[in-house]
Design a protein around this ligand. Structure first.
Ligand code: GLU
Length: 311
């Protein structure tokens, strides 16, 4: 098997000089300011080895990776009642699709497309002051990463709120169908702020460790979720974590993972490793182009794949 530190280093070097880097998201104006030249990678193994390369400590906008943490928080508060609002099927549609939501009576396909995430966030916001909902999600990621310095990038949150008309349309449509029960404005504000949480690859990889350990945070020994819930969250990440490229990602990488339009991806090799990668240029489906390529190479070389008999 390849030496992990050498491999991570080599991948970061190769990615730094790759000319085709995808397109940085520009529909959220603040994200368009980020240079596509960045690349960061951190892998943490089950035995606690932490290997980093590139821009591993530079915070970026985690965007939809936050949907994972919002789901953990909502499941903690509401358990299986979450599934009355949102399904567990891959959407096969764009992350912000409106047409599928209308065709299916306002019930989003899964918690990782925008509509589903907004419905999940509504359970966390639950009529609260939006600051309380965001505060709960932020507390969770700080605890998981063991880092109280993690915060919301106010400029990104403002930029998304000012331009988030599609998300507002999805939220109002779900409100009309009773899928959102709280105030649409409070739910959207919570959602925009959770998406604007800024984290580095190192912080993100640490925050994902509980999912490689059956729900146990290795730093504290605490059960963040039950083993069954960890398995199910990983199943959703594998089948729905990359929007309409989830099948392609499973085919190429073979690991549960969640992407965000900030260019971050958090991937889990259960029992083996937790990996965070960041490269801001995106594919047409809104997933990090080089982040996916890096994970394909790293997971392939290490034999980390949920379909490997020993992966
Ligand atoms: N905040 C983004 C949006 O709602 C999240 C999308 C993503 O990261 O894929 O449009």
């Amino acid at each position: 098997m390849a030496d992990l530190a050498e491999l991570v280093d080599q991948i970061a070097k190769d990615m730094a000089t790759t000319p085709e880097r995808g397109r940085v998201a520009d529909y959220i104006p603040e994200l368009a300011k980020v240079s596509p030249a960045h690349f960061g990678l951190v892998a943490i193994t089950a035995d606690g080895q932490e290997v980093a390369a590139g821009d591993a400590d530079l915070p970026f906008s985690i965007q939809s990776v936050s949907k994972l943490f919002a789901l953990v928080e909502a499941l903690g508060r509401n358990a299986d009642a979450v599934w009355a609002r949102v399904g567990r099927e891959p959407s096969g549609s764009a992350f912000n699709s409106i047409v599928q939501l209308e065709a299916e009576g306002g019930r989003p396909r899964n918690p990782f497309i925008n509509a589903g995430a907004i419905a999940v966030t509504d359970l966390v916001a639950a009529g609260d002051d939006p600051r309380a909902g965001v505060g709960a999600i932020l507390r969770l990621v700080r605890r998981l990463a063991g880092d109280d310095g993690i915060s919301v990038d106010g400029a990104v949150a403002y930029s998304e709120a000012a331009t988030g008309h599609r998300n507002a349309a999805l939220a109002h449509f779900m409100k009309a169908h009773g899928v959102i029960t709280g105030s649409v404005d409070a739910t959207l504000s919570t959602y925009f702020h959770q998406c604007a949480i800024a984290m580095s690859c190192r912080q993100l990889a640490r925050a994902g460790r509980f999912l490689m350990h059956g729900g146990i945070d290795p730093a504290s020994g605490e059960a963040i979720v039950s083993p069954e819930r960890a398995r199910r969250i990983n199943a959703l990440m594998l089948t729905c974590g990359h929007y309409d490229a989830s099948g392609e990602f499973a085919f190429r990488v073979g690991l549960p993972a969640k992407s965000g339009v900030g260019g971050g991806i958090l991937a889990i090799a259960p029992g083996r490793a937790c990996i965070a990668v960041w490269s801001p240029g995106l594919s047409a489906q809104g997933n990090s182009l080089l982040g996916t390529a890096a994970l394909e190479r790293l997971a392939g070389a290490m034999g980390w794949n949920v379909f490997n008999p020993d992966g």
